[in-house]
Design a protein. Sequence first.
Length: 181
Amino acid sequence: MNALRTLTAGAVALAGLALAGCAADRVTGIRAASPSAVSAEAAAPACRFAVKSIDDRRDQASLGTVGFTKVEGDDFSRWFADGIAAMPGYSREAAPIELRIEVLKAYIHSLGTLKSANIVVKVTVADGGAPPTTKMFRGVDGSTNWSSSESEIQVAFDRALVHLRQQMSAELAGLCPRAAS
């Protein structure tokens, strides 16, 4: 029985070392959202909107850690702005609905074999002559951490952004009839 426990403990330790060998020590940042992440949203009625500003108010540029991998925030602002611009209804020109977006938090962390990517924003919406309204949104991806690799971290942030955009699109769809009148 003791030999079996020793063998099992050795196998678990070896598997842990093998997975740790695949992990990166540092990920420089996140890159532009992949086409599959951009098109993964459910089709919602597209209200034409413009983004007046995106203000990054995060306390730190780093995006956190996954296992022993530190995730830097290089190119986060550009990645986020490109992701918002890919939303259905986005217009670079003036539009009936105007958004001001404040990025409050963007981070990833892990616990054991689980990882969670989060993006928290405050969005102020102006539609027509109505008083502006402000609402908070949180995009989340909770998934298994297999190896703390750069691509795995990228996918988690892409999914969190898709989740955030789905919520924002649903909110904008409710404003569509008001903005059209």
